[in-house]
Design a protein around this ligand. Structure first.
Ligand code: SAM
Length: 188
């Protein structure tokens, strides 16, 4: 049976909205698990664009994609997700995933920050096509602290409710700052 955690919830959400041939963006490539997941869903006729600011993350992602034979329809960029509007047209993207925090097994000091995360979400919202979705996993506490999480939650509540529906969920009875799954629909 599938474990019920932030990642499985996010993947279930993404899976039910992404189809073969779609264009998707992984805003935080990291070790590439979400990039590979998206690449499988869009198939050979679709495309995935993935970003990370660490070469180590992109190398890891590229290796995973090669291993799974998924590297043909994925383009990796060593750039901040805040610049994603330079890589896709407005209204063309079916799904954008964010996994905030630091690279698993990497340098915990290099992590996402609200200063670039919020502009990236904002840019992503414009790139989404009608009925497009965004999935965000907000990790916090420990080395990540609470600053980014608090700023993200405050920002998410201000998103235009005439164009988007924003669901902020929580594991109410899990200890130790469980990550927060967020689901955004470009429809109301
Ligand atoms: N989804 C990934 C996976 O499947 O392994 C995990 C992502 S990890 C929690 C967060 C990643 O975001 C790190 O690899 C980090 O380098 C990256 N990151 C931090 N700031 C970024 C930015 N401004 N633009 C793009 N990536 C960034």
């Amino acid at each position: 049976m599938q474990k019920l955690n932030t990642l499985s919830l996010a993947h279930n959400f993404v899976e039910s909205h992404v189809a073969a041939g779609d264009l998707c963006i992984d805003a935080t490539a990291g070790r590439g698990y979400d990039t590979a997941f998206l690449a499988k869903l869009v198939g050979e006729t679709g495309k995935v664009v993935a970003f990370d600011i660490q070469q180590e993350a992109l190398d890891s992602t590229a290796a995973l994609l090669r291993e799974q034979g998924l590297d043909r329809n994925v383009t990796l960029y060593l750039d901040s997700h805040a610049n994603m509007a330079q890589y896709a047209d407005t209204g063309t993207v079916a799904c954008i995933t964010f996994n905030f925090g630091y690279l698993p097994g990497g340098d915990h000091h290099i992590c996402t920050h609200a200063e670039s995360s919020i502009p990236a979400i904002e840019a992503g919202l414009h790139l989404l096509k009608d009925n497009g979705i965004m999935s965000l996993c907000i990790y916090y506490g420990g080395d990540s602290g609470f600053e980014e999480k608090n700023a993200l939650i405050d920002y998410l509540k201000t998103i235009d409710n005439h164009k988007y529906t924003v669901l902020i969920t929580e594991f109410a009875n899990r200890p130790n700052n469980p990550p927060i799954p967020v689901f955004i629909y470009k429809r109301i």
